[in-house]
Ligand binder design. Structure first.
Ligand SMILES: Nc1ncnc2c1ncn2[C@@H]1O[C@H](COP(=O)(O)OP(=O)(O)OP(=O)(O)O)[C@@H](O)[C@H]1O
Length: 265
């Protein structure tokens, strides 16, 4: 729908390793187009977080290439990071942590500000605009710790938006939220994708939550097993290769992947 067709993220037979020889991703070839909404799925330890860290410029490929906005990311911490908003896996927010909602969102401006420039009126306007996009502007002076988990996620999404990014990466944004709130958060992400024409990479273990919303699914298990429209990726023979006995298909429309009870970080 009027989207430009240029790839803005391009993995070319790229592998990513940790010191000690753990290969987290192997031989990944994948192009992501500007304006796409991509869901990244796969079992525990399949390399989903590593894929995000690579796009953020935090890991260089040990083999192959990764290009982001035409930047060959062989060096870490490229300038392109300022254009990528990131929502890390959720940590626990201390109920008494003395920071307000607006102050949290202003942190998203630091990349643009540099550490020592004072935020301007314009920075504040951008932060307030980001809060309006997630429907939290009336909470601007509330202490972050006083909010519900879903509200906190909205604030963290606003912090990423305050960067005015081209790409938004969300790592398990619904973990720890009740079902209704999970759907609300994903709906918000879909809405932002459409309204702001953001390229979105969303990692989740919950296939059912995103299958009807994303343009494409990327299925990982160290290697790239499939990438395409959800209907093409969510085929029993493909899923069984990746999830094995953890896969339960109850009927044509419902797939349950029984795997997150063992999740620990
Ligand atoms: N800092 C690290 N040092 C060494 N190995 C690591 C490190 N981080 C991740 N790994 C390993 O790299 C592989 C991929 O991990 P990654 O976190 O990308 O997977 P994931 O799909 O995000 O997993 P999860 O769903 O459990 O979050 C795993 O084998 C993991 O143990």
């Amino acid at each position: 729908m009027g989207q430009s067709r240029e790839p803005i993220i391009r993995f070319d037979q790229a592998s990513f390793e940790f010191p000690g020889g753990v290969v987290a991703l192997k031989d990944i070839t994948l192009s992501i187009t500007a304006g796409e909404f991509v869901g990244v799925i796969g079992p525990n330890g399949s390399g989903k977080t590593t894929l995000c860290r690579a796009v953020l410029g935090l890991m260089a490929p040990s083999q192959g290439h990764l290009h982001i906005f035409d930047c060959a990311c062989d060096e870490l911490r490229c300038h392109h990071r300022a254009q990528i908003g990131y929502l890390p896996q959720k940590g626990v927010v201390d109920r008494n942590f003395p920071v307000t909602v607006l102050e949290t969102v202003m942190m998203g401006r630091y990349g643009a500000l540099g550490l020592f420039r004072r935020p301007s009126r314009n920075d504040r306007d951008i932060a307030m605009d980001a809060l309006a996009h997630v429907g939290m502007e009336s909470h601007k002076d509330t202490a972050l710790g006083q909010l519900s988990g879903g509200q906190q996620q909205r604030v963290f999404i606003a912090r990423a938006l305050a960067q005015q990014p081209k790409v938004l990466i969300l790592d398990e944004p619904t973990t720890g939220l009740d079902i209704t709130t999970q759907h609300n958060v994903i709906e918000l992400v879909q809405h932002l994708h459409e309204e702001l024409k953001l390229t979105v990479l969303l990692i989740t273990h919950d296939i059912n939550l995103i299958r009807t919303r994303v343009d494409r699914l990327v299925l990982l298990k160290t290697r790239l097993f499939a990438a395409g429209p959800p209907a093409d990726v969510l085929k029993p023979d493909i899923l069984r290769q990746v999830y094995g006995k953890d896969l339960v298909i109850t009927d044509r429309d419902l797939i349950i992947v029984e795997d997150y009870h063992h999740h620990h970080h």
